[in-house]
Design a protein around this ligand. Structure first.
Ligand SMILES: [Zn+2]
Ligand SMILES: [Zn+2]
Length: 417
C-alpha cells in the first residue's frame, strides 16, 4: 500500500517486503551480511561473499552429474534369479503403465523437468549474462526462485533411502553409479544456491539496460518475482522483469481456503487406502502410510520410521492446521502474534516439499519389483490421494498472501533494512 514518505521513482534499493508489505530501503552491499525486513525479519537480500563465477562453476559441475543420472541406473536388484534396475525415468514410466498417470507426471516433473530447468536457467543466465539479450536473461531468471522448491532431488534421495531399506529384506541390492551422480548434482546445486547473490545478479543484469523509469503518480508497488519497487498501476509490467505487478495476490484468501479444504478432504483417503500393494511369493498385502511406518519400526529402523512419520503424517497435518489458523485470523483482521504467524508461514512454506518422500519411495519400488507373483509392487489409491494432498497444500501456502496478515495494522512505516 502507498507509503507516507516519498520513494524515489528510480530507486533500485527500495523494497516492499514480500512477507509483510513494509516498504524499506536496502543498505549498501556488505558481503556476508543479510538485510532483513525491520518489521517481520524476512531476509530481503542475502549478500554473498563470492562473486558470480563461483555459482557458475558449481552449476557447470552439476551438469555432467545430471546428464549421467539421466542415462545410468542408481540401483539394481536381484531376486528369484531375475534382475531389474532403477533410473530416474523408470519410476514415472512404471507408474504410468500401472494407470497412475497423475502421480507419474508429478514424479517426472519434480525429479526430471524441474531440476533440468533450474540447472538450465543457472547456466544460461550466469554463463550468458554478457551475450544473451537482457530481456531473455531476465525472463529466465525470474523463474529461478519460484522453480527452486520443485526441484526435489534432495527429497528424492531420502525416498531412495527408505526404498533401499525395504528392498534389502526382499532382494539382493546393489548401489549403482548414478546414485553418486545424483548426490554430486545435489551438492553442486546446493553450493550454487548457497553462493548465488540474487540481488547482485539482478543489478548486474540491470546494468545492460533497464526499461524506462515509470513516471506515473501511482503508488509504489513491489514486484513479486524480482523484488524491484515500481511506480506503476496494478497490472502494469515490472520495469525490470516484465511480470505484471499486483499489490496483493489475487483472490488469495478464497483460493487458499479452496485448496486447504480439498487437501483436508483428500488427507482422509490418503491415510485410509493402501498407497502400495506388495505381492511376495503369491502373498499380497496392502500398505497404508501408517502400516509402512510400523513395519520400519518393527524392523528396528527407528530413525527412518520417525522420518517417514514426520514427513508423511505430521507435516501435512501441521500445514493444514496452521493454514486454517492463519486464514481465520487474517479474515478476522486480528493483529496479535504477527511475528509468530509470520514465522509459522515461513515454516510451512519451507517444509512442504519434504512430504514427497513416500511418493518417491513408491516410484522406486514399483520400477524395481516387477517379478510377477514372486515379488511385485503396485501403486494404489492412497499414493494418488497423498500426492494430491502434498501438491494442494504447497499450492495453498503459495496462494496465501502473508501481507494480508499485516494489512490489519495501520499504514506501514518506512525503515532501513
Ligand atoms: Zn517484512
Ligand atoms: Zn520484476
Amino acid at each position: 500500500m502507498p507509503s507516507a514518505l516519498p520513494i524515489p521513482a528510480d530507486a533500485l534499493d527500495w523494497r516492499e517486503c514480500p512477507h509483510c508489505g513494509q516498504f524499506c530501503r536496502l543498505g549498501p552491499r556488505r558481503p556476508g551480511m543479510v538485510a532483513e525486513c525491520p518489521r517481520c525479519a524476512e531476509p530481503l537480500w542475502r549478500m554473498r561473499q563470492v562473486n558470480i563465477s563461483f555459482p557458475l562453476a558449481c552449476a557447470t559441475a552439476a551438469l555432467p552429474f545430471y546428464l549421467f543420472a539421466l542415462v545410468a541406473p542408481f540401483l539394481e536388484i536381484e531376486a528369484y534369479g531375475r534382475f531389474s534396475l532403477a533410473r530416474l525415468d523408470t519410476g514415472p514410466a512404471q507408474l504410468l503403465a500401472q494407470g497412475w498417470g497423475l502421480v507419474a507426471a508429478l514424479v517426472f516433473a519434480v525429479t526430471l523437468l524441474a531440476p533440468a530447468a533450474k540447472l538450465a536457467i543457472l547456466l544460461l543466465v550466469l554463463g550468458g549474462r554478457h551475450v544473451l539479450p537482457p530481456r531473455l536473461l531476465k525472463l529466465l531468471f525470474r523463474w529461478y526462485l519460484p522453480l527452486s522448491p520443485w526441484a526435489m532431488i534432495d527429497v528424492y534421495l531420502l525416498g531412495f533411502l527408505v526404498a533401499y531399506t525395504r528392498l534389502t529384506g526382499m532382494a539382493t541390492v546393489h548401489l549403482d553409479t548414478a546414485l553418486y551422480a545424483l548426490i554430486g548434482y545435489m551438492l553442486a546445486m546446493a553450493a550454487a544456491d548457497g553462493s548465488l547473490d540474487i540481488e547482485a545478479l539482478w543489478r548486474k543484469l540491470d546494468e545492460r539496460g533497464n526499461h524506462p523509469h515509470q513516471h506515473t503518480e501511482a503508488g509504489p508497488i513491489g514486484c513479486d518475482f524480482c523484488g524491484l519497487l515500481n511506480h506503476a498501476e496494478e497490472g502494469e509490467p515490472c520495469r525490470r522483469c516484465h511480470t505484471p505487478l499486483r499489490h496483493r495476490k489475487e483472490n488469495s484468501i478464497a483460493r487458499a481456503w479452496a485448496l486447504v479444504l480439498a487437501a483436508a478432504l483428500l488427507y482422509i483417503p490418503a491415510n485410509l487406502y493402501p498407497f502400495m500393494v506388495v505381492t511376495q511369493l503369491a502373498r499380497t498385502q496392502g500398505y497404508t502410510i501408517m502400516h509402512g511406518i510400523v513395519e520400519l519400526a518393527q524392523n528396528g529402523l527407528w530413525p527412518l520410521a520417525f522420518l517417514v512419520f514426520f514427513a508423511s503424517i505430521t507435516i501435512p497435518l501441521i500445514k493444514l492446521v496452521l493454514m486454517v489458523y492463519l486464514l481465520v485470523l487474517t479474515q478476522l483482521g486480528r493483529t496479535d502474534f504477527l511475528i509468530a504467524r509470520a514465522r509459522a508461514y515461513r515454516f510451512i512454506d519451507f517444509i512442504g516439499r519434504w512430504s514427497m518422500i513416500d511418493i518417491f519411495m513408491v516410484s522406486i519400488l514399483v520400477a524395481l519389483l516387477r517379478f510377477g507373483r514372486f515379488a511385485n509392487v503396485q501403486a494404489n489409491l492412497g499414493a494418488m490421494c497423498f500426492a494430491a494432498v502434498v501438491v494442494l497444500t504447497i499450492f495453498a501456502v503459495s496462494a496465501f498472501d502473508p501481507r494480508l496478515m499485516w494489512d490489519a495494522l495501520e499504514q506501514p512505516e518506512q525503515a532501513e533494512a
